[in-house]
Design a protein around this ligand. Sequence first.
Ligand code: UDP
Length: 414
Amino acid sequence: MFDSVEVEPRQLEAYREIAPDEQIEEIRALAARFQGARVLHVNATAFGGGVAEMLTTIVPLMQDIGLAAEWGVIKGATEFYEVTKKFHNALQGMDVSLSQQELDTYLRYSKLNADLFDEEYDFVIMHDPQPAAVRGLMLEAGRGQPGRWIWRCHIDITDAQLGAWEFLRPYLEAHDAAVFTMQEYVKPDLNVGEVALIAPAIDPLSPKNAELNAEGVATVLRENGVDPNRPIIAQVSRFDPWKDPLGVVDVYRFVRDRVPGLQLVMVATMASDDPEGHLWYDRTREHAEGDPNVFLLTSEQDNSRQVNAFQRAAGVVLQKSKREGFGLVVAEALWKRTPVVAGNVGGIPVQLRNGLDGYLVSTTEEAAEKVARLLLDPNERTKMGESAHQHIRSDFLITRKVLDYLRLFQRLSG
Ligand code: UDP
């Protein structure tokens, strides 16, 4: 079987004072029907990126409410991750094409993983393109394992390259259901029995989002050489062209003339399935031209406390994405009452109500103007921060997501 990821236990009851009561009650009611059900979530990495982040909480919460939930990571190597990264980019509409050799590599590893699949589950959830061909290959090999199979798409595939999409589609259609983040991402030509929409969500009790007092925040800042007494803008994101790291530096340049002492902090992890990260880090560093007030903080391990601190310390959090599956970091910052200025793309407008929780922008100039405006107006920041926090509480906490999965399981169980 796949490598299994061990998760820290969590209790649903711990969310009672935090999440809306009606969510907790409905979870309990639905879970009664699935006691002992075997559920397997599958993705490509145990660490780094939004998917791993969510599974860290979803899996133990499913366990806590009585499901036998597990998390497995498929086998791969650099050549496979390079191809899946290309798939990811092609599905997000980038102009890249996959050679026959690359498609063969993808299928070779998928087959290896299909061969490893030797247990039975009630529900299998395959996350993103990396494990997407496993079910189809198992069926081709006459191994129609029981259970309901779900393909969970976390990215925006609206403008997917036709070649990549046509290649993957038959494998995706081997699933019983497909889950997208938003209605806009549903591909009309995907023929699966059930399509569900599940927006991502954050865990308010994780080290990344839990309360951290001012002293704790200041300590993390000092550890990283950042001055807690001067204004900060922050972007927390992998170094990736879609997150526009060079544009972030440009925004900072525009704003620093109007906001004396401004510091820019970019916080990033380098995930094992992201070979492009180092390249974009180098480009960003070059673009910053040695400015001592630009901090590029990278980590190869969990840096939740750092993320937590900078999302709180920043006067404004930036998310200058050009394309974004969802952008969990936006909800994370909003939950911490920090207004966000973000690209008006993908799942961002679902979380961030323009003018209420921050601003949606389309250009670097617009981003700079909104960031400067917020940094210079503490009252507006406080007002938006409170509104943002309430919005995330009602719609984007992890309890809502657990509930959405249970509702889907129920629909698939007939
Ligand atoms: N993240 C992190 N450390 C970092 C940068 C990002 O823990 O240095 C986390 C971030 O807090 C969020 C996730 O990685 O939970 C990124 O998810 P998002 O949906 O924003 O983007 P993705 O990386 O999946 O495209």
